[in-house]
Structure formats: C-alpha cells, structure tokens
Design a protein around this ligand. Structure first.
Ligand code: IPM
Ligand code: MG
Length: 351
C-alpha cells in the first residue's frame, strides 16, 4: 500500500522530534512493506516569519492531499501568544474536521521515579485514554475582548456532543471496559446539556459501565489512585480535556511521554506530541522524542490500520527505556542522554 504523509516540522524543538518521528515511520514502513511518501508542509511561527502566513495555502494543499499528518509543536516567543495557536493548530483541527482528540495515558516500565506519585500508587501501572472533544466548547472561537471585558462562549451543539460521545461509547465497547464522562454539570449549562446526552446514550449501552464525574473531583481522584482498575475511557469536553491531559502526563512521568491523535474518522487525521515547542531547550539536542514517536504509533494504528506495526513501535520504545536511556525530563535526577541516543535506540529495536 502507498500513502502520503504530510509533515509539519513546527517551531522550537519541533524539527528535532519530527525528525525522529519520520525516521521511525520509515523504519516501520520497511518492516511492514508499506510505501510511505513524506511531504513537508511548513505551518506555524517559522512559516509566518518566512511567508507572512501561519498556514500557507501551499502547505494546506499538501496536507489535504495526504492520508495523515505528522505535526510538530508550534509557537515562538518572538510572535505574540495566540496567533500561531489560533491560525495554526486550531485552524488545522477545524479545517480537517478532526473532532476527536485521543490522548492515551500509559505508563512505561521503569519510569516510576519520573512520576511525582509514590511508587505504591503506580504498582499496577497506568493505562487510560482521554477522548477530548476537539471542535467546540470554549474553543469555538465565539467571543472577544474589549477594554473592560473578555468573553468566550462555551458552545456545545447536539451534533458536536453526540458525535464525540458516540466515538467514546464505541471505544469503550471495543476495549470492553468502563466509560467515565467528565463535566461540570453542577454549574455549567453546556455541561448539563452534555450530561443529559451522556445519560441518554448510557441507557442504550447496557454492555458498558458508565458514570459521570465532576472535573474538579476527577483531578483529585486520579492523583489519589491512577490505577487501571479505576480508569479506562474518559470522555470530556475540549477545555477540560486540554487540562487533564497535562495532569495525566505528569502522572506517567512527563509531557515528553504523551502522544495524541486529532481524528476525523472519515477524513485526514493529524498526530502530534501533547507538549509545546519548548523554545528554552530548542537546538540543544535534549528534547524527549518519545511523545512524537508514540504519536507515530497512533498514526500507524488509526490512519493506516497497521495495528501490529503500531504495537512494534510501542514495544521498541519500551525496549529503549529498558536499556536505561533517559532524556532529562524522565531522568529523575539521574544520568540523562541526548535526543539522538534515545531516538536511535528505538530505531535499532524496530529494524
Ligand atoms: C494542546 C495545546 C493546544 C490546545 C494549544 C497550543 C492551542 O495545549 O494540544 O493541548 O489548547 O489544544
Ligand atoms: Mg494542552
């Protein structure tokens, strides 16, 4: 099979991690006899400084012609905060109709010391998945700022809510596990609307154990006991999903270990590390490439249907960690290695 992958190097540490993502995809393609063609499509702060556009038309065309997108983090300190986020990241998610943001939270063996939680809380590992609504809520971009107020409309539509809940119910049913909806229905009308739909659909899915949790309470409980017995599929809105994904990343050791998939189940999906462009460490060769490499595993699984290759990539990550290799974010004060050493180790295990 032959596929085109659109590659957005991004800003800051973006090119460093995307370089390893692409190498890992190339190695996986070789292993699985896939024909992957990579097309570079600059988007972000650097693209803005070079072309005057955060998302140049030519890049958008290349991405539209691709089967999947591998995206680096974007944002630069010399560009006003918000421009790249709105005109780059959010515009891409909306343009491609990527209404699901899948964020698996899975611990890797040997990284317990990198987590701020005590070892006894991590003895069963951590393995849950956040299904974040990715198109509306506080991200619907309705509102504005004036001299004496700032407003964002928390818009939840019937179409937006039902399609993300359906996705989550399907996923929970495939994993054969529980589904927990995280909201703030005791205060927000939008959340109450969400919860009513969740409860209606829960009644139609007697095969799945469903419950609702308030977001503040969720943030507390997941720290007190993050074990797989308690959490499996978590479905939540755009804003809460953004926040709890970072909390969850800390639980498993680092944002540098957190992959994500922006999915349009009928269209072009986009894969990116959860972390940002980290300009403070850009160019130093010390960024953790694993969040991007694990995002490539999601690309293989969700866009190319290559489950086995996706598992191979995840196993190669574990094997590289088993060798004791740690970038500084997961070194827990011990010896650390460079981006290239960790990337090369993953590649060697895949070859
Ligand atoms: C994320 C990021 C983005 C978001 C920002 C950079 C727009 O924090 O992917 O989690 O808020 O979704
Ligand atoms: Mg975020």
């Amino acid at each position: 099979m032959s596929y085109q992958i659109g590659v957005i190097p991004g800003d800051g540490v973006g090119p460093e991690v995307i370089n390893w993502g692409q190498k890992v995809l190339e190695a996986a393609a070789k292993r699985g006899s896939l024909d992957l063609k990579f097309v570079e499509a600059p988007v972000g702060g650097t693209a803005f400084l070079e072309t005057g556009k955060v998302l140049p038309q030519d890049s958008l065309q290349k991405l539209s012609d691709s089967q999947a997108i591998l995206k680096g983090p974007m944002g630069r300190p010399d560009i006003e905060a918000g421009i790249v986020e709105r005109d780059g990241i959010l515009t891409l998610r909306q343009h491609f109709g990527q209404y699901v943001n899948l964020r698996p939270v899975k611990s890797f063996r040997g990284l317990e010391a990198a987590s701020p939680l005590k070892d006894n809380l991590l003895k069963d590992g951590v393995d849950f998945i956040i299904v974040r609504e990715n198109s509306e809520g506080l991200y619907s971009r309705m509102g504005g700022i004036s001299a004496n107020s700032g407003t964002d409309i928390n818009l939840f539509t019937e179409k937006g809510v039902t399609r993300i809940l359906e996705f989550a119910f399907d996923l929970a049913s495939k994993r054969g596990k529980d589904l927990i909806s995280v909201d703030k229905a005791n205060v927000l009308s939008a959340s109450l609307f969400w919860r009513r739909h969740f409860e209606r659909m829960a009644a139609e899915h007697s095969d799945i154990k469903c419950s609702s949790q308030l977001v503040d309470s969720f943030c507390l409980l997941v720290l007190q006991d993050p074990s797989p017995a308690k959490w499996d599929v978590i479905v939540t809105d755009n804003m809460f999903g953004d926040i709890i994904a970072d909390e969850a990343a800390a639980i498993v050791g680092s944002l540098g270990m957190s992959p994500s998939a922006n999915l349009n189940p009928q269209g072009v999906s986009m894969y990116e590390p959860v972390h940002g462009s980290a300009p403070n460490i850009a160019g130093k060769g010390i960024v953790n490439p694993l969040a991007t490499i694990l995002s490539c595993a999601l690309l293989l699984r969700h866009s190319l249907g290559q489950d086995e290759l996706a598992n191979d990539v995840e196993n190669a990550v574990q094997a590289a960690l088993d060798q004791g290799l740690r970038t500084v974010d997961i070194a827990a004060g011990g010896a650390s290695c460079k981006t290239d050493e960790l990337g090369a180790a993953v590649l060697a295990h895949l070859a």
